[in-house]
Design a protein around this ligand. Structure first.
Ligand SMILES: [Zn+2]
Ligand SMILES: [Zn+2]
Length: 331
């Protein structure tokens, strides 16, 4: 990963000085892909789009299966609100439409821009783990902060009504709903995912697109899992207490207020936008303690969730009616 890529040169010329005996299996496959496609720009664009589709829908499959198996309902965050196959299919169609109309051009235009800033694409060998880990950690922190502020802005009346409302269609989300959003939202919030690597490239210049793929894969896992609607005892937030996870984001969809960040809990804590969520956690814990048995607890919890959701519907109506004079009631 040294020189700037002469992107329109033929792939065979790109690897003229490469000693293939020094490469590992993955690096050989990497170069073979670029040699096979023949044009580095097309090879990169195609690989990026395929990666996004395979990882996104691939990560949704386990959640679709879990939704179909009643055994897992005991870990469902909003008990009883399991999406129907029809709902999941409607959501998939909308997500696919947005992938082909918005994300495909975004992905395609990202690469010439990134290469301009010095990102490596076709080059081998691939970066070492000790180089990738801090870069990916930076992208996570950057995206989380960007998303926190941009997401709050999307809750401002006019932006909510015209853009973010689509993503809030599901008050009890499921994996496939992670990217169910208005095209403008995909572009706005996608900026948080892409701007970190672009800025890094601009200032440091030593980023390989392979690291970007690791980042995108982890980010997609995070987004799909956060919308899964399940909180297992082995979920990541029980191991890393600052990780948001499904429990944190599910509350956002249910209550409409609080919990605006993506991966971490610290922004909401720092700026005080998790007060209602923390109150809910305390009430839930107290209920569990006071309940004579699991059945009583489930009944009490259901009542509390219904109250929070009703408040959420009201908060949504207020957001929507902002600047429009009348307080329209919404569903
Ligand atoms: Zn929101
Ligand atoms: Zn969401």
């Amino acid at each position: 990963m040294n020189s700037t890529a002469p992107v329109y040169e033929s792939a065979g010329v790109l690897y003229a000085d490469t000693d293939f005996t020094q490469l590992n299996w993955l690096e050989t496959q990497w170069a073979a892909w670029y040699l096979w496609i023949g044009n580095p720009v097309i090879a990169t664009g195609l690989m990026s789009f395929l990666l996004h589709e395979i990882v996104y829908f691939g990560r949704c499959v386990p959640w679709i299966i879990i939704d179909a198996i009643p055994y897992f309902r005991k870990w469902k965050l909003q008990a009883g609100k399991v999406p129907s196959p029809q709902e999941q299919w409607e959501c998939t169609k909308q997500v696919l439409y947005s992938h082909f109309t918005i994300e495909l051009p975004l992905i395609w235009f990202f690469h010439p821009m990134a290469e301009m800033f010095g990102m490596s694409t076709w080059q081998v060998p691939l970066p070492a783990l000790k180089i990738m880990v801090p870069q990916v950690a930076f992208f996570f922190v950057f995206e989380d902060m960007f998303h926190y502020f941009a997401h709050q802005a999307l809750h401002w009346g006019p932006l909510y009504k015209h853009i973010h409302k689509i993503h809030h269609k599901y008050s009890a989300p499921f994996g496939l709903a992670a990217e169910y959003a208005h095209p403008a939202e995909v572009a706005i919030l996608g900026t948080g995912t892409l701007a970190g690597p672009l800025l890094y490239c601009f200032f440091r210049g030593d980023l390989h697109i392979f690291t970007m793929y690791v980042w995108i894969t982890l980010r997609l896992f995070q987004a799909v899992d956060a919308h899964s609607g399940y909180d297992f005892p082995w979920s990541l937030q029980h191991i890393l207490p600052f990780w948001s996870g499904a429990e944190h984001h599910d509350f956002h969809h249910m209550a409409f207020v609080n919990n605006f960040s993506t991966s971490f809990r610290w922004c909401d804590r720092l700026f005080g936008t998790d007060d209602k969520y923390r109150q809910y956690c305390l009430r839930r814990a107290a209920m569990k303690k006071a309940s004579a048995n699991q059945k009583d607890f489930i009944a009490l919890e259901k009542k509390m969730l219904a109250e929070i959701e009703a408040e959420g519907v009201q908060a949504e109506a207020v957001a929507e009616s902002y600047r429009y004079g009348t307080k329209e009631k919404t569903t």
